[in-house]
Design a protein around this ligand. Structure first.
Ligand code: BGC
Length: 798
């Protein structure tokens, strides 16, 4: 199978939707699930095409009120293509021998099948599909049909279907799901087109398809249409053993595109002018080759490597160089399905640090998505009675809070209030990413023009939200939620929210420090401008400083950092009993709610919360931060804290395994490796029971890449030095990574269990400073390669 292929044999209706999600093809502009071209949405299949940033908002009645939801729109289906022997029934995938292969290296999805119809005619089909990584508006499907034991007329139907809905997630059924109004359809020779518009956001989406058949004899072509769809029927004479090839080349444009004379014209021209499938495939292959070079990540073990490649593949299909300038964020479930409605959460915290060292231009664009929504975040802060910027927990088109007010528990079949919007910590993730991007690139221009403003406004919000408790001299942050979604309120309390969530308070202190750093870093002219623009008075800067030193962190009696104030008083949970009764208890919140109980009562977490601190900050950084806050952080307390929360976490989020693999990487390498493998399995084997079919978990996918790239190499960026301190898990013999850093294209790292080799490709860029294994920083000029075995043991080898 190799490290570049995912192969499925046989058709399995039960896992078809999972395959569709995992076989999605995309290019950062749009993506299409790996659904069978002959299928329409039913209980087995779910064709879906999603265009980055194309949202629409609809209202629905729910439990006596009106709820409004914004969805990433399922665009018209461009795939439809099927065939039949004249007079026979249309091809049915269920009646066929079947093999499907996803070729990660070349970005191709192929199907090979043999189909026997009721009249005993056996036909074999080879089908190849791509969504162009070269031209982000093009996709193509090539189908070769061979009659094995018959000759006669073959009828092929190739269509565009705008009658799609957003009905891919069972939990959302019953809510409004028709986001498209098809305006017109048309045909001209071998071209058909369809022009649609989203219901409330009025985004026009146009698709055009050119269908051609390479066959010896005459081709009869007939166009048919109906409300919301159009198709061409092509009839050719098929001779036994003489294959016929059908090519469908599709162009997709929206009114959000630049440099077009309108979406319909752009789509028509695009499909008309596009080259043939082979030429498209060549260009597409070249674009992928370039991406793979830049994404090079080698873990030296075939099983893990294949999944690493799959994760890279889906990450780059969601966020690619074509994403740059699209005004889109990081959708938590990729462009692969409709779970979480295509919304943007804090998951970019697990995605951007990896990309900052590979595709910094893409990261800049994704951060600009947040910058453009700064006015909305300011408005939200202001409406909540605060200054600064309060970014929403779920974000979509315009930056307002898209978090649903209610969520559905499929176990109890009850709609319940959803208070997850209180996860104000999303802003801290944005601040962290701004800083990481700056460290990786040294892009002072971005920092001055955009990054600083976001960092300062986020910091300002936290400084304002914090309230001084004069009796203790500490600042409190009350009424929020941490990353652990099992706790949204105190037991028995009518009001949602918790006080002094440790992750929130410590990262708020960190953000305040970075905002102060940034103010010091800015060129004086820009600093003065920004202060005036923001109306940031000297006393507010003093407040930022003061709060950064006096935020409260609550500890348990034994020195463990408390997840939030009062956590220590919660009941211990009966993990053994519930595991024995339910088996899979990852969604304990749903289990307990169905029992009339609540996770709020227990010391039980859905995912890492306190431990996120050890994930984001090194022990040195954290110790310094706690010192600044006036708390000594005993280093010996770190493993105790990890053990404490690990024993109380159900890993109900795919992000949890990433964080645990990371925080255990130094103290328990075998356990870290187990969590890493678990994270690799999450989507490929749908570990979270059916969720991947509704979209991949992009944060977890990228998180595994970042684990290899930053955690196992011990890579940290601070003080203008690239720090490396490799500690490989036992499961991998070596780790090869190629980074972009501060203008250098290609810092090649290869770590094994003995040391690390670092080579800088030739360039005109100035030397970089590196420090390995805690040794002193040394200077590495372009074109040189060095080998480090231990602290200070440097050997120049090229
Ligand atoms: C997790 C969140 C995450 C969201 C989107 C939830 O299940 O608890 O941390 O942001 O999924 O991926």
């Amino acid at each position: 199978m190799g490290v570049w292929r995912v192969i499925y044999d046989g058709f399995d209706p039960d896992t078809e939707r999972l395959r569709e999600a995992l076989c999605t093809l995309g290019n950062g502009y749009f993506a299409t699930r790996g659904a069978a071209p002959e299928a329409t949405a039913d209980d087995v299949h779910y064709p879906g095409t999603y265009i980055a940033g194309c949202y629409d908002r609809l209202s629905s009645p729910l439990a006596g009120r009106t709820v409004v939801n914004e969805d990433l729109v399922n665009a018209p289906n461009w795939l439809p293509l099927t065939f039949r022997a004249e007079g026979g029934e249309w091809f049915d995938v269920r009646a066929s021998g079947y093999r499907q292969e996803l070729d990660l290296r070349h970005g191709l999805l192929t199907r090979r099948l043999r189909y026997g119809d009721a009249a005993g005619r056996i036909t074999s089909v080879d089908q190849e599909r791509l969504v162009s990584m070269d031209d982000p508006h093009l996709a193509a499907l090539r189908t070769t049909i061979r009659a094995e034991n018959w000759s006669g007329a073959l009828e092929i139907r190739s269509g565009l279907d705008g009658r799609v809905r957003n009905s891919g997630v069972a939990r959302y059924r019953g809510l409004a799901d028709v986001h498209l109004l098809v305006g017109s359809t048309g045909a001209d020779e071998d071209l058909i087109w369809l022009d649609a518009e989203t219901v409330t956001s009025a985004v026009r989406i146009a698709e055009a398809a050119r269908t051609t058949v390479a066959a010896g004899g005459a081709i009869r072509r007939e166009t048919r249409d109906g409300p919301g769809w159009i198709a061409q029927h092509l009839t050719v004479d098929l001779r036994r053993d003489e294959p016929v090839t059908v090519e469908k080349v599709v162009a997709l444009h929206t009114s959000r595109d630049r440099a077009t004379g309108g979406p319909l014209e752009a789509a028509r021209l695009g499909a008309e002018r596009a080259p043939c499938f082979a030429a498209l495939r060549d260009r597409h292959g070249l674009a992928w080759e370039h991406l793979w070079r830049r994404a090079h990540l080698d873990v030296g073990r075939p099983g893990a490597q294949r999944t690493i490649n799959l994760h890279l593949f889906h990450l780059l299909q969601t966020l690619s160089p074509h994403t740059v300038g699209l005004d889109v964020g990081v959708p938590a479930r990729g462009l692969h399905g409709e779970a979480y409605r295509g919304h943007v959460f804090w998951d970019e915290l697990f995605v951007l640090p990896f990309l900052s060292l590979r595709f910094p231009d893409v990261v800049r664009s994704l951060l600009l998505y947040r910058w453009h929504r700064l006015p909305a975040a300011r408005r939200a802060a202001c409406e909540a009675g605060h200054t600064g910027a309060m970014y929403p927990w779920q974000s979509g088109s315009d930056g307002r809070d898209e978090t649903p007010r209610m969520h559905f528990n499929p176990r109890s079949e009850r709609w319940l209030p959803d208070d997850s919007r209180l996860q104000r910590h999303v802003g801290l993730a944005i601040a962290y990413n701004v800083w990481q991007y700056y460290q990786a690139t040294g892009d002072l221009d971005f920092l001055s023009s955009y990054g600083a403003e976001m960092l300062i406004e986020i910091a300002r919000f936290w400084a304002d939200l914090a309230s001084l408790d004069t009796s203790s001299g500490r600042y409190d942050i009350r009424g929020v939620m941490g990353p652990d979604e099992y706790h949204d309120a105190y037991p028995g309390s009518a009001a949602p929210g918790l006080d002094n969530n440790a992750y929130t308070n410590v990262m708020a202190a960190w953000t305040l420090c970075r905002a102060l750093d940034v103010l010091a870093l800015l060129p004086s002219g820009r600093r003065a401008e920004l202060l005036e623009h923001l109306g940031l008075r000297p006393e507010e800067i003093t407040r930022l400083e003061d709060v950064s030193r006096r935020l409260r962190v609550v500890f348990h009696a034994d020195g463990i950092i408390s997840q939030f104030e009062g956590y220590e008083n919660l009941a211990e949970f009966d993990w053994g009993g519930y595991r024995a009764e339910y088996g899979d208890i990852r969604r304990l919140d749903r289990i307990l709610e169905a029992e009339g109980d609540t996770t709020n009562r227990y010391k039980a977490s859905k995912q890492a919360d306190v431990l996120m601190l050890f994930y984001l900050l090194s022990a040195d950084q954290l110790t310094a931060l706690f010192d600044r806050l006036g708390y000594g952080l005993d280093r010996a307390a770190i493993p105790k804290t990890i053990e404490y929360y690990l024993a109380r976490t159900s890993h109900g989020s795919t992000l949890s395994a990433i964080v645990h693999a990371w925080v255990l990487a130094r103290s328990d390498r075998a356990a870290s490796w187990r969590f890493f493998l678990q994270a690799l399995d999450s989507d490929l084997h749908d570990v979270h029971g059916g969720t991947t079919a509704e979209g991949i978990h992009l944060g977890a996918m990228a998180g595994t890449l970042d684990l290899a790239q930053r955690c196992y190499t011990g890579l940290e960026l601070h003080g203008d030095v690239l720090h490396l301190n490799p500690r490989l898990p036992p499961g991998i013999p070596g780790l090869g990574v190629e980074l972009r850093y501060r203008g250098h294209w290609g810092i090649r790292l290869h770590a094994d269990h003995r040391g690390i080799r670092i080579g800088l490709r030739r360039s005109a860029q100035p030397p970089i400073r590196i420090a390995v294994n805690g040794g002193p920083a040394t200077t590495l000029p372009a074109g040189r390669t060095v080998w480090f075995a231990g602290p200070g043991e440097v050997e120049e080898i090229g």
